[in-house]
Design a protein around this ligand. Structure first.
Ligand SMILES: NC(=O)C1=CN([C@@H]2O[C@H](COP(=O)(O)OP(=O)(O)OC[C@H]3O[C@@H](n4cnc5c(N)ncnc54)[C@H](O)[C@@H]3O)[C@@H](O)[C@H]2O)C=CC1
Ligand SMILES: O=C(O)C1=N[C@H](C(=O)O)C[C@H](O)C1
Length: 252
């Protein structure tokens, strides 16, 4: 039998991290060698012989964690949000100094979400108006969600490619925030509601019609196949990959 992939999970006591610990433990081709919480020293992942880390921590910690992994030749699969364009550029520079190391930054590991984002980005080429509504549990610390930011960025890029600008909007006066956040010219609205997990709707409007592309994660189990897929594929993709779609053949 082939050697099992030695994996460390960072943020192991959190909502996502604790699911990831169970998923890695249940995967026949993986071995959980370390599970770190907020106060644990990162050196433990090196001592444990990890070749892969799964980072599911907080926006303030993830950049340091990933830097540590890359500098130690450890591949990283990252679900944590907070990766701005500037942070990604710094990471690209770091990875250029460590050829052979792979990092996946995946704003969303749920396959349905990845597909919904890809469909919405393509569909936005054909509609005059597009807005995003993301809906999450109220314990989430960031808004808008990383998924919504990525969706907005892809929508903006697609619309620019076909010469479409922002959506029409005659608003002249508003209460601050009433029209949501502006992400690359796309309006993003964030709902926080007890009972929710992670949900997103992309609303696309044209004369006399509307297309709604909605994805729902009802349980964090929805993210785990993507986490495991990321671990299995990351070493084959040296350098930085943003979005799980980079490892999938979506044919879009
Ligand atoms: N990519 C995806 O599919 C998904 C990503 N997320 C993102 O994952 C992150 C974690 O989400 P949740 O698990 O809901 O949050 P959470 O707050 O339940 O868990 C975060 C955990 O990280 C720990 N932590 C903080 N600093 C740390 C450090 N330096 N080292 C190790 N652990 C540290 C915290 O103590 C906490 O236990 C968020 O950024 C969230 O947006 C959440 C769900 C899906
Ligand atoms: O915090 C969460 O819960 C989630 N975070 C990610 C995000 O910000 O997009 C992924 C998913 O939406 C759940």
């Amino acid at each position: 039998m082939a050697e099992r992939l030695p994996v460390a999970v960072l943020g192991a006591n959190g909502r996502m991290g604790s699911e990831a610990v169970k998923a890695v433990e249940s995967a026949p081709d993986m071995e959980l060698v370390a599970a770190l919480g907020r106060n644990d020293a990162l050196e433990a992942i090196v001592d444990a012989g990890a070749r892969y880390v799964v980072d599911l921590t907080v926006p303030d910690a993830t950049e340091r964690n990933v830097r540590f992994a890359v500098e130690h030749g450890i591949h990283a699969v990252v679900g944590t949000t907070g990766w701005t364009g500037e942070r990604l550029d710094v990471l690209r520079t770091l990875l250029a100094e460590h050829p052979g190391v792979g990092v996946l930054i995946a704003p969303n590991f749920a396959l349905g979400s990845v597909l919904a984002t890809a469909f919405a980005a393509k569909a936005s080429r054909y509609f005059e108006s597009v807005e995003i509504v993301e809906l999450h549990h109220p314990d989430k610390v960031d808004a808008p969600s990383g998924t919504a930011v990525r969706t907005a960025q892809l929508i903006a890029a697609n619309r620019t490619e076909v010469g479409l600008g922002g959506s029409p909007d005659a608003t002249e006066k508003q209460l601050e925030g009433a029209r949501g956040a502006d992400v690359d010219g796309v309006r993003v609205h964030a709902v926080r509601l007890r009972g929710l997990v992670a949900h997103q709707e992309v609303l696309l409007g044209g004369p006399g019609e509307q297309l709604t592309i909605r994805h729902d994660s009802f349980d964090r189990a929805s993210f785990m196949p993507g986490v495991l897929l990321g671990v299995r594929a990351v070493a084959e993709h040296p350098g930085l990959t943003v979005g799980l779609d980079g490892y999938l053949d979506l044919g879009l």
